[in-house]
Design a protein around this ligand. Structure first.
Ligand code: ZN
Length: 397
């Protein structure tokens, strides 16, 4: 039972609640900076896939509701389009060109990671591009101190220079968010395991993730994957045999399953050569061992390769049983968990940075290319249609 004082204070509290109602109704008339109206909002972070309005103010998501009554300085008519959190591409080479960030922004990419374009010697080149990028862009340092070399980054083992990499990271802590080790036969040769060991030594000493480039290695995966820790990323996970993650009888290798169980992430890394072949993809998808993230391995020539753009790469597994929402999750909420800088992105939650991608999901007959000139035909493809960055619509190029 309430005594008189408790009763009065409870009554006062409920009166206060009641008194707030007209104010709350008033709040619905808020003038927003921008309202994106009537799109199919897909936000896998809250399992939302429905027609919604999205209101933005002060560079943050203000509301996501069936109908938002408030007024806005600017309105985007998104009817017939998908409205999704800004796309995050965790394996690109955006930093190789000063125009890279602007180009991928047109594709809906509001956060990017340059994965190992440069090593310690010229990491400043990539950091400078990241620093001037409109959207958040960060860098993985190549363990090979001279970066990507036509003759192989670490064919000369002396280039896998632990001290030089550590020094470069220490000087660029705000922009270097991990380490990259490229391990193919023509990149590291028989040095692959030692290169990986050194890259991990560097990454671990800063508590940073390591991304490895798998496929076409001299060493089998069992000799490499045991060096990976929780939060590390394996890119090019669809690489065909001889060092595929799936065996001839269609089973995922035990060391691969063990790696995922302890928190190693698996990424697509579309790329152009040697990373994807439809028959291997089919076999892997059938096992249910699906990628955590899509990424493009983007370069300035991607428009004219099978990559095209991140939305195109997102479309490729729709024919292997992936839903539209599952595809969106792999470039939004799941990708956001990969690097700390994206921790509040990949979502349209109220209060999140207002980065939004507008996509068209077209129906028809679309050809998708692997890295071996084989094509498959899909019935659906995502096309970029608009980008909102920090609450501001990005002009279409
Ligand atoms: Zn790459």
């Amino acid at each position: 039972m309430l005594n008189r004082r408790q009763f009065l204070s409870a009554a006062a509290a409920s009166a206060m609640t009641f008194a707030r109602i007209p104010k709350a109704l008033g709040a619905q008339q808020t003038k927003y900076d921008l309202i994106i109206r009537g799109g199919r909002v897909i936000d896998p972070s809250v399992r939302l896939d429905a027609t919604r309005d999205v209101a933005i103010s002060g560079g943050r998501i203000g509301a996501v509701e069936p109908t938002i009554a408030g007024d806005a300085a600017e309105t985007i008519d998104a009817r017939g389009k998908l409205v999704v959190p800004g796309l995050l591409d965790i394996h690109t080479h955006t930093g190789r060109s000063p125009d890279g960030p602007k180009l991928v922004l047109q594709d809906g990419v509001t956060g990017w990671i340059d994965a190992g374009s440069q090593g310690a010697d010229r990491i400043g080149d990539i950091v400078a591009v990241a620093r001037s990028s409109l959207q958040p862009g960060r860098v993985l340092i190549n363990i090979g101190r001279a970066g990507i070399l036509p003759d192989g980054d670490t064919m000369d083992l002396a280039r896998a220079d632990v001290a030089a990499a550590r020094d470069a990271i220490a000087k660029n802590r705000d922009f270097i968010v991990g380490v990259k080790a490229r391990l193919s036969r023509d990149v590291a040769g028989a040095n692959d395991r030692e290169v990986l060991r050194r890259a991990q030594e560097v990454a671990s000493s800063f508590g940073l993730p390591l991304m490895i480039h798998m496929g076409q290695t001299v060493s089998p995966l069992s000799k490499l994957f045991d060096l990976l820790k929780r939060g590390d990323i394996v890119t090019h996970m669809f690489a065909p045999p001889p060092n595929s993650i799936v065996d001839d009888s269609g089973h995922i290798l035990p060391e691969v399953l063990a790696a995922r169980r302890r928190g190693v992430r698996f990424d697509v890394g579309n790329g152009q050569t040697g990373h994807m072949r439809w028959d291997t993809i089919g076999a892997i998808m059938k096992t249910g061992f699906w990628p955590d993230t899509f990424s493009t391995d983007w370069a300035t020539n991607s428009r004219s390769t099978g990559v095209i753009d991140l939305p195109n790469c997102m479309s490729k597994l729709l024919g292997y049983g992936m839903t539209v929402s599952e595809a969106v999750a792999r470039v939004t909420v799941i990708a956001a968990g990969t690097f700390q800088l994206f921790h509040d992105r990949g979502t349209l939650n109220v209060g999140a940075p207002a980065d939004v991608a507008l996509l068209e999901l077209r129906e028809g007959s679309f050809e998708f290319l692997d890295n071996y000139k084989n094509t498959i035909t899909g019935r659906q493809r995502f096309f970029p249609s608009g980008t909102v960055l920090a609450g501001k619509p990005v002009p279409r190029a």
